[in-house]
Ligand binder design. Structure first.
Ligand SMILES: Cc1cc2nc3c(=O)[nH]c(=O)nc-3n(C[C@H](O)[C@H](O)[C@H](O)COP(=O)(O)OP(=O)(O)OC[C@H]3O[C@@H](n4cnc5c(N)ncnc54)[C@H](O)[C@@H]3O)c2cc1C
Length: 422
């Protein structure tokens, strides 16, 4: 048992109770405890992490849903020891799989040698590729805060207005951005698209050597001993106290609800939060179907698998020696036989070798990210009055950055409130 997890039961009273031990709750807890307040983090499930957890299955590391860490997220650098995470990086750019072949679409600034491959990749016209470079340049020059205030329309409409052809939207943007935003229809706010595309261009993309769950484990391990309480669902939130499903109440000056959006809405009576679903299937293979640490995109843009990665090529720690780990991500799809859907599609890419793959586990995540359709206004209010606070990706942006930023912003608001109400 790790020291931050309590073995002695729930406290009667603390300065601040925090409901939920995902990224937002853990960052809020970190900021508040470092400011000298006593905290209790009460988590419904059997471990910390929320949507950022990893499982070990047959010696493979499986993240609960294919996800990646973008090193350009500013909030990471405030709260995490990135060196200790031992990040393993993906190749910049992507491998677009189309008509039985992989085509490298590289970042010409970071991988100049990929310029010719990128120019000839059958993902769109030369003009389309020039427009990608132009868009990248435009976005990199702008402050992300300003991008989040730009005109708001669906991403697909914004891409067409920028002059991109249907081919490049289908073959490149849909699998890339639809995969990141769990939105194959590209209906999400163009504000989010601008920020994500800028973030991809200004940093690296990686995973911790021991899995994405290492991010939340590291945050939790720096909290005061015994401050995290697992397997305790909170059923009632009132000013000055929370009640768990076992009937225990914790009194506190402030209460922070850091659950996912739909639960926060029902605990606090806030407007409903919509959901973007995600499915993901992990296979073990004797031989890797591709070489290289690429995110592979479905160059036909039809899915349901839009992204694939050979995780063991990216991080050899993800698989036992001489074994390979393949992940197939189905953004927007959490129902049906996702294993069969993934096998059928990948067989059409890589042939009968796929029949020899063993399914390790499938994940179906009904609430992968909050919906962020236009008009999308991040930075929603976190202080609800009477000492009640709320944080999570649904208050800012649906991302690791958004959840962490929201946790800090909320904690700073709690600190202001507690100073005024001493
Ligand atoms: C498949 C997938 C892929 C993703 N890909 C990326 C990506 O590549 N890059 C990126 O930046 N972001 C990605 N995201 C989004 C990112 O993971 C989330 O935005 C972020 O983790 C949300 O953190 P959170 O703290 O707001 O919420 P959560 O992680 O959901 O934490 C909420 C916590 O509250 C707990 N809880 C719920 N109800 C109760 C209750 N009643 N009592 C006590 N506890 C409760 C939950 O168990 C959970 O631990 C992805 C998400 C998914 C699912």
């Amino acid at each position: 048992m790790t020291s931050h997890v309590s073995t002695s039961g729930l406290p009667e009273q603390v300065d601040v109770s925090i409901v939920g031990a995902g990224l937002a709750g853990l960052v809020a807890a970190r900021v508040l405890s470092r400011a000298g307040l006593s905290i209790a983090v009460v988590e419904a499930s059997d471990d910390v992490g929320g949507r950022v957890r990893s499982d070990i299955v047959d010696g493979f590391i499986l993240d609960r849903g294919f996800q990646v860490l973008l090193t350009a997220y500013p909030e990471l650098h405030r709260h995490l020891d990135l060196r200790a995470l031992d990040l393993r990086m993906f190749e910049p750019g992507a491998l677009v799989w189309r008509d039985g072949e992989g085509h490298v679409v590289g970042d010409p600034l970071r991988r100049p040698k990929t310029v010719v491959d990128t120019a000839t990749a059958p993902i769109g016209s030369v003009l389309d590729k020039a427009r990608i470079a132009l868009l990248r340049m435009k976005l990199v020059r702008r402050d992300p805060k300003m991008l989040l205030r730009g005109d708001d329309i669906p991403t697909a409409t914004a891409l067409r207005a920028f002059g991109f052809s249907s081919a490049i939207i289908e073959r490149f943007f849909r699998p890339l951005v639809g995969g990141i935003q769990l939105d194959p229809n590209l209906g999400t706010s163009r504000r989010m698209f601008d920020v994500i595309f800028r973030t991809l261009a200004t940093g690296d993309t990686g995973v911790p050597a021991q899995g994405m769950g290492e991010i939340t484990r590291q945050l939790a391990s720096n909290l005061p001993a015994g401050s995290v309480h697992l397997n305790c669902a909170v059923t009632k939130v009132e000013p000055g106290r929370i009640t768990t499903s076992s009937g225990h109440t914790i009194a506190s000056r402030a209460v922070v609800v850091a659950t996912e959006g739909p639960v926060a809405s029902s605990l606090l009576g806030l407007p409903q939060v919509t959901s973007r679903a995600a499915g993901c299937v992990y296979f073990s293979a004797d031989t890797a179907p591709i070489a290289g640490s690429y995110i592979v995109l479905d160059g036909h843009g039809q899915g349901p698998v839009l992204n694939v990665a050979v995780m063991s090529n990216v991080a050899d720690t993800y698989a036992p020696p001489r074994r390979h780990l393949v992940v197939a991500a189905l953004p927007g799809v959490a129902e049906g036989d996702i294993e069969q859907l993934a096998r059928t599609q990948l067989r059409s890419w890589w042939g009968p070798q796929v029949d020899g793959w063993k399914t390790l586990r499938s994940y179906r995540i009904p609430h992968g990210q909050p919906g962020q359709d236009p008009p999308f206004n991040p930075k929603k209010n976190v202080a609800l009055g009477e000492g009640l606070f709320v944080c999570g990706d649904h208050r800012d942006t649906g991302s690791i950055q958004g959840a962490m930023f929201s946790g800090r912003r909320c904690a700073e608001s709690v600190l202001e409130w507690t100073t005024l109400h001493l």
